[in-house]
Design a protein around this ligand. Structure first.
Ligand code: D5M
Ligand code: FE
Ligand code: ZN
Length: 482
């Protein structure tokens, strides 16, 4: 049954001798009913003047200001996708290969530093008798602070190094080192033959020029939709998706949508999950996702990355959501399925996407970090030049022969999700985006005191890096942090 306003509009045009093209009709169906009368009357008046008696898609798009601006570029390149590179080794052998790859890659990254020319292997430092300072590097095996002294243990392929930090400032750096992260240390031999650590140097991000798009195309950052969960904010999310094809000047410039994982809530992800699901199978959940994506204009390119709730392998790096669960997603021309992590270049702007599973382990073991400020954890990852350093905690890491979680390439934008708190920041010229969520606080999150700020869509102008947001949450306390 047509709404009465729509029937009125159709009759009005027909009575004036007009035909309405089916494509134009599809647009009319989506026009706000309160505006329909005005829209149809003005278009009819204009076309009468021109003596053209067919109302087509172009007439409506021009009138509503939703005509696609063809001057906006939307070129893309998938710079890195682990999906086809996953080669998982086996057991202990595999993990040895993984850590050896991590060490080699990060040693190469740190070789840009002048001090790195003086790096010695741990075994040679241990037999040295020199009084001069020496440099070693390795992965952090342990750190521990007692009575104002921090003890660090590092490991390189030649052996294990133990040293102590006495300096108060340096202890602050040492105290927030992550387990299994790479670090370079300036060391000397102390009076009673132990090693004193005098400086700690992280791979970090060098000062660098960042890339910008030539045209003002915008990108939307989304993650953690949790479709299928009864806490998925379907109404608000749909409202946002519909907004994408509205005449709003920001919406008109959107050419890319990035989805950073936890697209669906999944099945069997946590105990008794079925009681909190409205869609009980992965296929049903992904079908709903597909229907929502269908409402996004086809000139918008959509990139989809998995998270810990999505189907496929759980361990990092994750391949793209497998085709068998929904081949339509794979077959759409404007949809690109990538693994976790991934790097995509949008009009030349490099975006590194990572769901963010490692944040859980980092928050738990690092003083001063919390779920409320995910951007601070993201800065830690950039300094470590690694997306998931901690091994053996909650985040499963696969024994890959090559460590694909090392941050080899420096991005212009770093996009993370997982902790359900939308937040923005900058670090060394890199825009940090945590894309929040579209799932209301779950009973589990309430029980551990996690307060998400769901229903906020973050957007960036790829030419100027100006940021925008649309807040669909009716709760006034639910705001964007920055
Ligand atoms: O995770 C949403 C957030 O909830 C994320 O910050 C981790 C946290 N979370 C989820 N499950 C657990 C458990 N079992 N322990 C601690 N913290 C947890 P999501 O991936 O959307 O479930
Ligand atoms: Fe999530
Ligand atoms: Zn997650």
């Amino acid at each position: 049954m047509l709404k009465k306003e729509l029937t009125f509009a159709l009759d009005y045009a027909l009575n004036k001798g007009f035909q309405i093209h089916p494509d134009a009709f599809k647009i009319l169906e989506n026009v706000d009913v309160k505006k329909l009368e005005k829209v149809i009357k003005e278009i009819v008046r204009e076309k009468l003047k021109q003596r053209l008696f067919q109302i087509n898609q172009d007439d409506l798009e021009t009138y509503l200001g939703i005509k696609e601006d063809r001057t906006l570029q939307n070129s893309h390149k998938i710079v890195f996708d682990p999906t086809s590179r996953i080669t998982t080794g086996e057991g202990v052998k595999g993990y040895n290969a993984l850590f050896s790859s991590r060490f080699k890659k990060l040693k190469r990254i740190i070789s840009d530093r002048p001090e790195s020319r003086m790096i010695k292997s741990i075994s040679s430092v241990k037999t040295a008798k020199l009084e001069d300072d020496m440099y070693v590097c390795g992965l952090v095996t342990s750190r521990n602070t007692e009575r104002n002294v921090t003890k660090l243990v590092l490991e390189d392929p030649s052996g294990i190094f133990e040293g102590v930090v006495f300096d108060g400032e340096l202890q602050k750096t040492a105290g927030v080192l992550l387990s299994d992260q790479f670090v370079m240390a300036r060391v000397s031999i102390g009076k009673n033959a132990g090693f004193i650590i005098k400086d700690l140097i992280l791979p970090d991000i060098p000062d660098q020029a960042t890339n910008r798009s030539e045209t003002e195309a915008y990108v939307v950052f989304l993650s953690d939709l949790h479709i299928g969960s009864k806490y998925f904010m379907e109404e608000e999310f749909t409202e946002f998706i519909v907004w994408l094809s509205s005449p709003d000047p920001v919406a008109r410039k959107i050419r890319f949508v990035l989805i950073g994982g936890d697209v669906v809530d999944g099945v069997g992800i946590y105990p008794n999950q079925d009681k909190e699901l409205v869609c009980k199978t992965i296929e049903e959940q992904l079908k709903k996702f597909e229907e929502l994506l269908d409402k996004i204009p086809k000139y918008v390119k959509i990139f989809i990355m998995p998270g810990n709730h999505d189907p496929g392998r759980r361990a990092l790096p994750q391949p793209a959501i497998p085709k068998k669960y929904n081949s339509n997603l794979w077959n759409r021309e404007n949809v690109f399925m990538v693994g976790n992590p991934a790097i995509v270049s949008l009009n030349g702007v490099k975006v590194m996407m990572f769901h963010g599973q490692s944040i859980d382990d980092i928050v738990k073991t690092t003083p001063g970090l919390s779920y409320d400020n995910p951007v601070n954890v993201m800065k830690h990852l950039l300094r470590a030049r690694h997306l998931s350093p901690i091994y053996g905690s909650q985040t499963p890491i696969a024994p890959e022969i090559e460590d694909l979680m090392v941050i080899d390439e420096i991005p212009d934008i770093f996009h993370v999700g997982h902790v359900h708190r939308a937040q923005l920041d900058m670090y060394k010229g890199i825009l940090l985006v945590n894309s929040g969520s579209w799932q209301k606080q779950t009973p589990f999150q309430a029980s551990v005191g996690m307060t998400p700020n769901p229903g906020i869509a973050l957007m960036v102008n790829l030419k100027t890096f100006q940021v925008f947001h649309e807040n669909y949450n009716s709760n006034l306390d639910n705001v964007l942090q920055s």
